[in-house]
Design a protein around this ligand. Structure first.
Ligand code: 8DG
Ligand code: MG
Ligand code: MG
Length: 143
């Protein structure tokens, strides 16, 4: 049966210098597609907490300066429906992403922050929608 409730998903733009982090999805919605790290907002959690938790759980990276970036309303062809909150945060210059959940992610890749350079990568629908509406710029002043 199709899920009738709207879920809340968090996608995180992890910035390392001029790069951001994408992961190839595995084992669920969007198999083989490239997406931002992220997951479900848990009961009682703030957007910032969820973003930092999911990035740490999935990549081993601790992010700082976690800020709101954008929101999208995403209805998948499967009928699943998510409100997606996109957050952004900073990784250390020397940060490397680890595949902590190999059952969910085939691998992480640092790519340029300009989506037009993501050649040959099939992009997960929520991220594709975000790109279509304008991929967020980094926050003007980290503090
Ligand atoms: P969790 O149990 O850790 O909370 O979830 P997960 O195992 O990390 O699931 P996920 O598939 O990564 O994220 C949950 C749902 O969130 C996913 O099925 C669809 C939705 N989602 C979006 N946009 C994004 C996005 O940009 N990145 C991620 N990872 N999930 C997103 O709608
Ligand atoms: Mg997760
Ligand atoms: Mg996830």
């Amino acid at each position: 049966m199709t899920e009738q409730r709207v879920g809340v998903g968090i996608g995180v733009i992890v910035r390392r210098g001029d790069q951001i982090l994408l992961g190839q999805r595995h084992g669920s919605l969007g198999e083989g597609e490239w997406a931002l790290p992220g997951g479900h907002l848990e009961h009682g959690e703030s957007f910032q907490q969820c973003a930092a938790r999911e990035v740490l759980e999935e990549t081993g990276i601790t992010i700082s300066n976690v800020r709101f970036a954008a929101a999208e309303n995403v209805v998948f062809p499967t009928g699943q429906h998510y409100v997606v909150i996109f957050m952004q945060g900073q990784a250390a210059e020397e940060a490397e992403a680890v595949v902590v959940e190999p059952e969910k992610c085939k691998g992480w890749r640092w790519v340029g922050a300009d989506p037009s350079t993501w050649q040959g990568m099939t992009i997960f629908r929520p991220l594709a929608q975000l790109v279509q509406h304008g991929f967020p710029q980094p926050p003007s002043k980290p503090s």
